[in-house]
Design a protein around this ligand. Structure first.
Ligand code: NIG
Ligand code: FE
Length: 409
C-alpha cells in the first residue's frame, strides 16, 4: 500500500486500547501483542498487529533489531515548565523544617518564581521550555500540558502564554496551553482579589481567544490562593466564553473538587487532601481526577488517594506537575511508578494514568492508545517484559520515541 511504513517487530506491543476510562484495571486486561508491528502513514496508525502479517502492506520497514516493549507515548497533562529561576533554597528550607510562612518571608514560594519569571525575557522563557521538553521527550513524553501562572498580571501572563505558544512550534511534542492567571493573589495587586480576577477575565480572556493562546482556564483554590467563592464568577465568565475549566483542587484543604464538579471541569488536579466525600463525588462525575505524585515527593506530603479513587469508580490520570517549587523533578514515569507502590496500583492503572486517561484530561481523542486512526506516537523500552518498565521505576529509559510516525529520539 503506498506510503505505508511498518515499524517493528516489538517483542511486546501494548496498545492500551479498549480499556475503560473510569475505575480499576487489572493487568490481565492489557493483552500485549507478541512480535507486534505498527503500520503508519501520514503520522497516523493504519494497522496494528503481528509484524509478519503486516509486512506485505508495507512500502518500507523501520526494523527494530533488539528486544523492545512498545507503549503509547506518555502524556503529561499538568506541568508548569515555563518559569524563571530556581527554588532550590525553598526545598532546602522545607527539608530543614521551615514552614510555609517562614519560606515566603525569606523570599520564597510561588511569588519568588513570579518575580524571576517577570525578570526573564520571552526568549529566555522559550529556551527554558525547550530544554525541559527535550528532557521529557527522552523520558517518553510525546504530549504535554503547560500552564502560565507566574506572570500574575495581564501583560506578564501574556508574555508567558506567548512564550509557551512559540515554544510549542519549536519542540517535537504537542503542547496544550492552560491559563493559570489565578495561581495566587498577586502581591502587588492593590484592591480586593476579585477585582484582579475581573481584570483577567475582562482583559486577558478575549486575547487568549483572539491570539489562539489557550482554551483552558485553571485556578488554584486554596486558603493561600483563591477561595471557592472568589473563583465562581471567574469560572462562570470563562465557561460563558467557551473555555474548558480545570482546577488545582484539594491540595491542602478541601473545597476545590466541589467547584470542579459544579462547573463541569475537565479535571480536578492534586486531591491529596480529598476525603471519601470528595472522592465519591468525583467518581460519580465526569471530572478526571489527576494525581500529581511529583508534588507529594517534592513537598514530602501524602499521595493522592489514587486507590480509593479507582475503587470508587473514578477516572485517574497521573501527571508530573513539573514546576520549580513543589515538583522540581520532572520525571513522569518515575513518579507514576512510585505512586503505584504507595497506592497499590496495577501496571495497567499506572500506564493508563499517563496515556489514555491523561489524554481524556486534555480532551484529546486522537492519542493515548495505539489504535487505527490515532496518532502514531509511541515509545519503546529495551526489555522483553512490559512489567520491567514499572519495576525499574523510571530507571529503565526509553530506547526510542516516535512522534506522528517519525522517530524523534
Ligand atoms: O501545582 N499548587 C499550586 N501550584 C503548583 C506549585 C507551584 C509552585 O510552587 O511554584 C502546584 O503544585
Ligand atoms: Fe500544578
Amino acid at each position: 500500500m503506498s506510503g505505508h511504513k511498518l515499524i517493528g517487530p516489538f517483542t511486546q506491543l501494548l496498545p492500551l486500547s479498549g480499556l475503560a476510562l473510569k475505575g480499576s484495571l487489572r493487568d490481565e486486561q492489557l493483552q500485549p501483542i507478541s512480535n507486534g508491528g505498527i503500520l503508519v502513514s501520514e503520522g497516523k496508525i493504519r494497522k496494528i498487529g503481528i509484524f509478519q502479517s503486516l509486512e506485505a502492506e508495507a512500502e518500507n520497514i523501520e526494523r527494530i533489531e533488539h528486544k523492545s516493549i512498545c507503549l503509547p507515548g506518555f502524556i503529561d497533562a499538568h506541568t508548569h515548565i515555563c518559569f524563571g529561576g530556581s527554588r532550590a533554597n525553598d526545598y532546602a528550607m522545607r527539608n530543614s523544617g521551615k514552614g510555609y510562612l517562614e519560606i515566603a518571608k525569606a523570599g520564597g514560594g510561588i511569588w519568588d518564581t513570579v518575580t524571576k519569571t517577570r525578570d526573564a525575557s520571552e526568549e529566555t522563557l522559550i529556551r527554558g521550555i525547550i530544554k525541559r521538553c527535550t528532557s521529557h521527550l527522552h523520558l517518553g513524553v510525546t504530549t504535554l500540558e503547560v500552564k502560565s501562572g507566574y506572570g500574575l498580571s495581564v501583560n506578564e501572563e501574556l508574555k508567558m502564554l506567548r512564550a509557551i505558544k512559540r515554544a510549542s512550534e519549536l519542540v517535537v511534542q504537542d503542547i496544550i496551553v492552560t491559563c493559570l492567571a489565578a495561581h495566587m493573589k498577586p502581591k502587588d495587586w492593590v484592591g480586593p482579589p476579585v477585582l484582579y480576577l475581573e481584570e483577567i477575565a475582562n482583559k486577558l480572556f478575549p486575547v487568549l481567544q483572539s491570539e489562539k493562546l489557550s482554551n483552558r482556564i485553571d485556578a488554584f483554590i486554596e486558603e493561600s490562593a483563591f477561595s471557592s467563592n472568589e473563583i465562581k464568577s471567574y469560572f462562570s465568565k470563562a465557561k460563558g466564553m467557551g473555555f474548558d475549566i480545570v482546577v488545582h483542587a484539594d491540595q491542602f484543604t478541601t473545597g476545590g473538587s466541589q467547584v470542579a464538579v459544579d462547573f463541569g471541569a475537565i479535571s480536578a488536579d492534586h486531591l491529596e487532601a480529598s476525603t471519601e466525600q470528595e472522592i465519591k463525588m468525583l467518581a460519580k462525575s465526569s471530572v478526571i481526577a489527576m494525581a500529581l505524585p511529583g508534588a507529594s515527593i517534592g513537598l514530602g506530603c501524602s499521595f493522592t488517594p489514587a486507590r480509593k479513587i479507582l475503587d470508587m469508580g473514578g477516572a485517574l490520570a497521573i501527571a508530573s506537575d513539573h514546576n520549580p517549587g513543589s515538583a522540581p523533578m520532572g520525571n513522569l514515569l518515575t513518579q507514576a511508578c512510585i505512586l503505584g507502590t504507595f497506592e497499590k496500583l496495577s501496571n495497567a492503572e499506572v500506564l493508563a494514568g499517563i496515556t489514555f486517561r491523561a489524554a481524556a484530561a486534555l480532551n484529546l481523542k486522537d492519542r493515548g492508545s495505539l489504535e487505527v486512526g490515532k496518532k502514531a506516537d509511541f515509545v519503546i523500552f529495551p526489555t522483553d517484559n512490559y512489567q520491567e518498565v514499572t519495576y525499574h521505576q523510571g530507571q529503565l529509559k526509553p530506547h526510542g520515541v516516535w512522534k506522528n510516525g517519525t522517530r524523534v529520539f
